[in-house]
Design a protein around this ligand. Sequence first.
Ligand code: HAM
Length: 433
Amino acid sequence: MLTQAIKGVKDVLPEDSVKWRHLEGVVRKLFSDYGFSEIRTPIIEHTILFARSIGATSDIVEKEMYAFKDQGGDEITLRPEGTAGVVRAYVEHKLFASRSVTKVYYMGPMFRRERPQAGRLRQFHQIGVEALGVSEPGIDVDILAALVELFSRLKVQGVELHINSLGCRDCRAAYKIALKNFLTGKIDSLCPDCQRRVETNPLRALDCKSEHCEAATADAPMMLEYLDSDCRAHFESVKQGLDDLGIRYVINPRMVRGLDYYTRTTFEMIAVDKKGAQNAVAAGGRYDSLVEEIGGPPTPGIGFAIGVERLLLMLPEAGDSAPLPKVYIAAIGGEAARFGQKLADALRKCGISAERDYSPGGLRNQMKKADRSGAAYTVIIGEDEMTKGAAILRDMKTREQSEVKLDEMVEEIKKRVAAFSTDANNEHGTRFL
Ligand code: HAM
């Protein structure tokens, strides 16, 4: 217990955090290009916020929330997703009063007590955006374009954009009746969960992964056939906008989403080589009634969230961990070690990461450690070098060695390392300016 993390939660170890930072860097730049500013909302919210927004009969609210009473008796929940908190903050701080459109993004941990398996965690991370205040389909297209561009900038392949429309409250009500009637006629072929859902949340039966339910609902009526004229026109404009931008998509009429707040456009970015419930790397849609539902003025909204852990599994290896131009200091002998400490300090103050051996062994041993550290340069310094006033600077890649005066060492290393900072795409490089 003491030395084991809770089931379904994961440490991000130092070697992995390089990927996280890379992803966060790309995402921040992209969201700024598309006009989103960052918002940070609390990890805990009142339980009622999630029940009201995600839906009391959704799997998340029924089975998966980390909900508890705190010492003061308040009902609190660890957020299972980011949209509800953003919408709550939007209403609480009256963000609608100062601007007609609010475009925000967020990154952070979310909590769902699901059965842990590959791609499914109990603490996972989302990167999401929300745009509030625009009902026109142009924003749907912008949001989808940002999502597709993100995958492109990250060079992630093997994903497919699936879109659907869930209509508005009015046309969905008519559809729900038709679907309920259809499912009632198939009730014996449905799994126990879906038998219950026929009454509480019939749309979810279309999303069930049980073979029996898939077969039983193969010719079920679809929401797309029930869209009213406004919802149909909206969906047509979204498709037209995607076509105009050359964005490819699949219309997936069975995609119903697991959160109840959606209206009209919904979408998922699907990993094509993965089967089952864990194949959605990102998902989102419109929620035109949600702001009003939690007590704000009628305001349309749309957004998406990416599952960070799922996305990281798909990031190509190359370029993830650009070599850090680190310096390793191999010092032999007491006086050299003291110089090594001062040199490391001077380099770090210039923003150059430097490492050394705290209990130095022989030269061979230290060179092995220098190799393993991934350092770009090693400074080799022993008693002789101290006497001479010059140490050896070794380029670890080319294996070239040169003698550099001790009092010129910092400047020489700065010069060599500066080459890394000229590469604008190398996020590590900027640390060496
Ligand atoms: P969601 O579909 O529940 O939507 O989650 C979005 C993404 O989070 C999923 O596609 C998946 O990649 C990731 N995810 C969800 N659950 C887990 C889990 N247990 N382990 C690992 N990854 C997971 C939402 O959360 C909505 N708030 C998205 C949204 C924003 N809609 C409008 N705005």
